[in-house]
Design a protein around this ligand. Structure first.
Ligand SMILES: Nc1ncnc2c1ncn2[C@@H]1O[C@H](COP(=O)(O)OP(=O)(O)OP(=O)(O)O)[C@@H](O)[C@H]1O
Ligand SMILES: O=C(O)[C@H](O)COP(=O)(O)O
Length: 403
């Protein structure tokens, strides 16, 4: 087992920023609605502490981010102007949106900044060099500033130029959001208050295999829901109707079960499930024992007895990490399991950590975000950390204690 963060990294609190141009890599990759408006500004709000910190200390703040996957060319609806406007409203300070992220116009805009000013560079992924991790592009970005702050936890599992390349050319430190995210995950994975439970769901085992393989060595209880429960049930020899079984993962699931047994971890599958013929709105649904799933039916949610059992198990733990919804929560008829598990976590006394992605969306939809200890801003990045793997964006930063 590896440590999540092998060495402590330098943070923005350990460098002098007054009067200096500071390039801040944020993760403003926010969901957009059909009209192209920002559907959820959680990630923008999460960046405020670092930006305010820098402005208040007289830094000249140069923000940068990607938005979407524009594949190295300009896509009008993926410009960051909307983000700049929202950020400016939230900060109560002007944020100037630039039309590119490198080049002479950007350089002259940056050269005329005063202490406390904020600019936002254009979407980094309009340049193909960003995704390629191109060193010359990284050097050009770095040339705009005198220090680099990574506050993009959600993108730190990537090896893009702005994440792993820029630190080669500048003093490179963690922002306050990155520090908080890493701190929370490090604490629960390395020194959890026990009992410690993980609730893992979502569509597929294959998406979470590395997480299961790591977490099984750290938790006292593992609760499995979502579509992936079908593969666990199949590996125990039950009939699973028309549910999608990842036949190539049955061995991997057995390994997780064996490790659970060896370590005395309670691995709990849903005792009942909601099944349907089709995973679509309005489809007739019924509750069945998970050992008796009828032919032609697929698992769509965990059932009420499973919710009760999961809630009982969670009622006595001191730490919970949750990644992956219990059912197809996007459809109201299959949202109950996810909603009730979210409600259970909301009332817990101990530490509750939501591992990002659609689980964070679900918790937000149920209005319970504020009741959790921590809701991660990372999807893939949170999975990487839960899998016990280092984040390239964190590795690239200066070690604490270096001059
Ligand atoms: N029984 C089920 N059958 C099919 N899909 C399911 C089932 N239960 C949950 N899902 C789906 O799983 C998806 C989310 O799973 P995922 O593993 O992506 O979660 P996550 O890790 O929180 O999010 P992300 O991957 O965005 O970080 C949801 O869209 C949900 O509809
Ligand atoms: O939304 C995310 O998970 C991050 O912003 C990374 O985006 P990407 O998956 O397009 O690299």
């Amino acid at each position: 087992m590896q440590n999540v963060i092998p060495r402590r990294k330098k943070t923005v609190r350990e460098i002098d920023v007054r009067g200096r141009r500071v390039l801040v890599r944020a993760d403003f990759n926010v969901p957009l609605d059909e009209e192209g408006a920002i559907a959820d500004d959680t990630r923008i709000r999460a960046s405020l502490p670092t930006i305010n910190y820098l402005c208040e200390r007289g830094a000249r703040v140069i923000l940068c981010s990607h938005l979407g996957r524009p594949k190295g060319e300009i896509v009008e609806r993926l410009r960051l102007t909307l983000v700049a406007n929202r950020l400016s409203a939230l900060l109560g300070r002007p944020v100037v949106a630039l039309r590119d992220c490198i080049g002479p116009e950007v350089e002259s805009a940056v050269a005329t900044m005063s202490d406390g000013d904020i600019v936002l560079l254009e979407n980094l992924r309009f340049h193909p060099e960003e995704k390629k991790g191109d060193p010359a592009f990284a050097e050009e970005l770095a040339g705009l500033a005198e220090a680099y702050v990574n506050d993009a936890f959600g993108a730190s599992h990537r090896t893009d130029a702005s994440i792993v390349g820029v630190p080669d050319y500048l003093p490179a430190v963690a922002g306050l959001l990155l520090e908080k995210e890493i701190g929370v995950f490090t604490r629960i994975l390395e020194k959890p208050e026990r009992p410690f439970a993980a609730v893992i769901g979502g569509a597929k085992v294959s998406d979470k295999l590395e997480v299961l393989d790591n977490i099984i060595f750290r938790v006292d209880r593992l609760l499995i829901g979502g579509g992936m429960a079908a593969t666990f049930l199949a590996s125990r020899g039950y009939r699973t109707g028309a549910s999608h079984i990842e036949t190539d993962r049955l061995d991997a699931v057995r390994r997780v079960e064996e490790n659970a047994e060896r370590r005395g971890v309670r691995l709990i599958l849903p005792r009942d499930v909601i099944v349907t013929e089709k995973l679509e709105a309005g489809a007739p649904a019924r509750t069945v024992a998970s050992t008796e799933i009828p032919d032609g039916r697929v698992i769509a949610d965990i059932g009420p007895a499973a919710v009760d059992e999961f809630s009982r198990e969670l009622g006595s733990v001191r730490t919970v990490v949750w990644n992956g919804p219990m059912g197809v929560f996007e459809l109201p008829e299959f949202a109950e399991g996810t909603r009730r598990i979210a409600a259970t976590l909301a009332t817990l006394d101990g530490t509750t950590v939501i591992g990002g992605g659609s689980t964070a969306d679900a918790v937000e939809r149920f209005g319970l975000t504020d009741q959790m200890t921590h809701v991660s801003t990372g999807g893939g990045a949170a999975l990487t950390v839960l899998a016990g793997k280092p984040l390239p964006g964190v590795e690239a930063l200066d070690d604490a204690g270096t001059p």
